[in-house]
Design a protein around this ligand. Structure first.
Ligand SMILES: C[S@@+](CC[C@H](N)C(=O)[O-])C[C@H]1O[C@@H](n2cnc3c(N)ncnc32)[C@H](O)[C@@H]1O
Length: 238
């Protein structure tokens, strides 16, 4: 990982470490206080000084274009051993991408909502709320939450943008909503979804065509942010 202050490469047991030393942490925050790092447009900030917090990001797919362009990408996911609810204040943040779990929100699981009861819903909302807390107190230049069509809108209102992965070149449908403060990514390289046997999702068929066997890993595979969308989002928000 790269130190936010001195840009040197360093190793840390913590995946979300931002500074190579306490000295750098203090120096960085002193610079921010003296307003030598940021300007209002963000244009004059070198990419490695722009921190992108990618929350609930296991695959790294959404944040990959930022990483490739040298941004300081910090990925947080329970499967990486980090609970976003315990994330400490990260300091200056340029952008937040958040893909909190949809298990208790997505319409696809609506038939189980009643049996699961409020405790499952509270669990889902607590992860969402933690991401929202980080956005509120870091006040990034752009921020965005992603979730499939479902009941999240009952708690945070209507989304600003809805897309299918095939709008950005990945040939399957999975209606996905975005909320936040960001530039909507215009569709590009739009394709039609591939044909699937009746009663099957085009995404499942697409995954099979890629050589994945579904079964237990189906949910995890389906939750990976589509690459075409990730590139389009990056182009609209950099
Ligand atoms: C809907 S998936 C999003 C996956 C993402 N689009 C990707 O490409 O990896 C939700 C993710 O949230 C993570 N997650 C669940 N609870 C979490 C928590 N308390 N803190 C951090 N991550 C959490 C899961 O491990 C999962 O990777």
């Amino acid at each position: 990982m790269r130190c936010l202050n001195c840009s040197s490469i360093f190793n840390s047991k913590r995946e979300d470490a931002l500074y190579c030393s306490d000295r750098c942490r203090v120096a960085y925050h002193r610079k921010i206080r003296n307003k030598t790092v940021t300007d209002n447009s963000g244009k004059n900030i070198p990419n490695h000084m722009k921190t992108i917090l990618s929350l609930c990001d296991y695959s790294g797919s959404w944040s990959k274009p930022y990483k490739e362009q040298g941004y300081n990408v910090v990925r947080i996911d329970l499967k990486r051993g980090q609970d976003v609810r315990l994330l400490e204040f990260p300091g200056e943040v340029y952008g937040v991408l958040a893909a909190p779990p949809c298990d208790h929100f997505a319409s696809a699981g609506a038939r189980w909502w009643k049996d699961k009861g409020n405790s499952a819903l509270l669990e889902g909302l607590s992860v969402f709320d933690a991401c929202a807390r980080i956005v509120l107190f870091t006040n990034p230049k752009f921020w965005v939450f992603e979730n499939p069509v479902g009941r999240l809108k009952d708690y945070i209102g209507q989304p600003q943008w809805i897309f299918d992965p095939c709008d950005y070149g990945d040939p399957y449908t999975k209606k996905t909503c975005l909320w936040g403060n960001f530039n909507s990514p215009p569709p590009r390289e739009k394709v039609g979804p591939i044909r699937a046997p009746s009663g099957h999702h085009s995404m499942d068929q697409w995954l099979r065509n890629q050589g994945f066997s579904l079964g237990k890993s189906r949910a995890a595979l389906r939750s990976v942010t589509p690459e075409g969308f990730s590139r389009a989002f990056f182009n609209a928000n950099r």
